[in-house]
Design a protein around this ligand. Structure first.
Ligand SMILES: Cc1cc2nc3c(=O)[nH]c(=O)nc-3n(C[C@H](O)[C@H](O)[C@H](O)COP(=O)(O)OP(=O)(O)OC[C@H]3O[C@@H](n4cnc5c(N)ncnc54)[C@H](O)[C@@H]3O)c2cc1C
Ligand code: SF4
Length: 495
């Protein structure tokens, strides 16, 4: 660290967000462009080089955080980019989208605001692109082995890049028309602009990875045929089988799953549609589900011009501080967090003024009622206690012309036929069965990411993609020098 007293002299400063009234009028990322670079070296200098970096342990990728904090504090961007890319294929994605469990584990966070680790990560990633430190890295020679990766989300892309760089010939099959999985069709533009995807995909193409879009394995190409054509297959198809809300009135029109709604807004940003057919413009919107997917619906509905918006969370509102008895440091605590989208509802919210945002906590949906045309018009709810028992006399009705269900996902989608055609076994909870080496019950077929782990995070998807690549490389060649942040071949560092 350039300044050993940095953590005492410099207060935490986050990448500033643009004013709410400005950013809700566009789809661009919420942060002030160019405002991170001038502050980030001093922020990195707050890292006190504590000696036992719990942040590094808390990051599923094993990112070398104290090392790159030091390099950024000295403005050695090339070395910082090298150390960052040693453990993370796509730091511009995690630097924008990760909930940053590393910061909960920061030693400084015991009694002070943590180092802005995620901001340092994204600054390095963006600077590396600007300064040309991210060239394609094609393999020196080819192995003659072939791998099919099914799914182009962060898991599939990370696995494909690692395996290509190891010399294998890799083809990624994607059923959507564009690459990126939920980062493309799901996560809104205001959280991550899609040009970040294009740039990496170009890098991967230049390294030799092949991409086959609009090809659903199981439907457009037989899964068994694919298996016979390749030496190994990686299934990285995500967990997009959504959970339902089985209450009276669910059949009314105007009630949609979040993942029916969000991709249409993505398509508007891509220029495929002028207006989303499910646009929230002028509508009273209620989002059922208090998680991040619900927050993405909220930010999208606000930008589309909703008349009002409310997000329902079945859990009670958490406290603002870590409860040391429940979530002691350095774990990731359940606390009240205000995402960028939650700041944006403003006067559109129908939730009580006690909340700073549009969420109603401890709220359980009882039923929907509609108009004579069968369109939803109201949502009826009741407050619940910690055991989800209704609290007497707390029933209320919200206006609802558009209801979005964001209740989570149970496992991989089975409709394409891929799972049946290969005869893959499933866990009782619906995810793909695999062993510690990422192998499924079918020889030569591996599974990783949300499809096997269940609904998770980008950082875990990249970690799984890297780890499954090491397992496949070992399967094909008998050994592997690829780093694997998780699993039996745990070798997080590459020098
Ligand atoms: C709305 C939303 C917002 C989120 N926001 C965040 C966030 O801010 N931060 C964060 O860390 N995580 C977030 N997540 C979670 C994160 O996006 C996922 O954990 C991650 O994308 C999983 O990666 P994956 O590659 O395993 O699967 P996915 O990203 O789901 O990709 C799977 C891909 O496989 C393709 N596919 C499926 N079946 C087939 C087939 N038969 N043939 C060919 N292709 C197929 C799909 O079309 C898809 O492109 C969010 C999730 C959602 C739904
Ligand atoms: S990937 Fe997430 S946990 Fe890891 S360093 Fe980046 S923000 Fe922290």
């Amino acid at each position: 660290m350039a300044d050993p007293k940095g953590f005492m002299t410099t207060p935490r400063q986050d990448w500033p967000r643009r004013p709410v009234e400005e950013r809700v009028r566009d789809w661009d990322e919420v942060y002030v462009p160019g405002a991170l670079l001038p502050i980030i070296s001093k922020q990195a200098d707050r890292c006190m080089d504590c000696g036992i970096p719990f942040c590094h342990e808390a990051c599923p990728l094993g990112n070398l955080i104290p090392e790159w904090n030091d390099l950024v504090s000295r403005e050695d961007w090339r070395a910082a980019a090298d150390r960052l890319h040693a453990t993370n294929n796509f730091p511009e994605y995690t630097g924008r989208l990760c909930p940053a469990p590393c910061e909960s584990g920061c030693v400084l966070a015991i009694n002070q605001p943590a180092v802005t680790i995620k901001n340092v990560e994204v600054a390095i990633a963006d600077r590396a692109w600007e300064l040309g430190f991210t060239p394609p890295r094609p393999p020196d020679r080819l192995s003659g082995r072939t791998v099919a990766v099914i799914g182009s989300g962060p898991t599939g892309l990370a696995a494909a890049q690692q395996l290509t760089r190891a010399g294998h010939t890799v083809a990624v099959y994607e059923k959507d028309d564009r690459l990126g999985g939920l980062m493309r069709y799901g996560i809104p533009e205001f959280k991550m602009e899609k040009h970040h995807l294009e740039r990496r995909i170009e890098q991967m193409r230049a390294e030799g990875t092949k991409f086959r879009t609009s090809t659903a394995v199981g439907r457009d190409i037989g899964a068994a045929e694919l298996r016979s054509r390749y030496d190994a297959v990686v299934i990285a198809t995500g967990a997009t089988a959504w959970r339902e809300l089985d209450v009276p009135g669910r059949e009314l029109s105007g009630i949609h799953q979040a993942m029916e709604y969000l991709p249409l807004a993505n398509r508007v940003c891509e220029g495929d549609l002028a207006v989303s057919p499910l646009s929230a413009a002028g509508k009273h919107v209620v989002i059922v589900g208090g998680g991040d997917t619900g927050a993405d619906c909220l930010g999208t509905a606000v930008r589309e011009g909703a008349a009002s918006v409310t997000q329902l969370d079945i859990y009670a509102q958490p406290g603002g501080e870590r409860d040391e008895d429940v979530d002691p440091w350095p774990t990731y605590p359940k606390i009240y967090r205000l995402s960028a989208a939650h700041e944006e509802a403003g006067e559109l919210r129908t939730a009580p003024a006690a909340n700073a945002d549009a969420r109603l906590f401890a709220a359980s949906t009882l039923r929907f009622t509609g108009d004579a045309d069968g369109h939803v018009r109201s949502l009826h709810l009741v407050e619940v206690d910690a055991q989800r028992r209704p609290v007497p006399d707390t029933g209320r009705t919200l206006p609802a012309d558009l209801v979005l269900l964001a209740l989570g996902f149970s496992g991989p989608d089975k409709e394409d036929g891929l799972i049946d055609q290969l005869g893959l076994e499933l866990e009782p909870r619906g995810t793909l069965t695999r062993d510690a080496r990422f192998a499924t019950n079918v020889p030569g077929v591996f599974a990783a990411g949300d499809a096997a782990r269940g609904q998770s995070l980008i950082v875990w998807a990249i970690a799984e993609g890297r780890a499954v690549a090491a397992a496949v490389d070992r399967h094909l060649t008998g050994s592997s020098r690829l780093p694997a942040p998780i699993g039996p071949y745990d070798r997080p560092m590459v020098v």
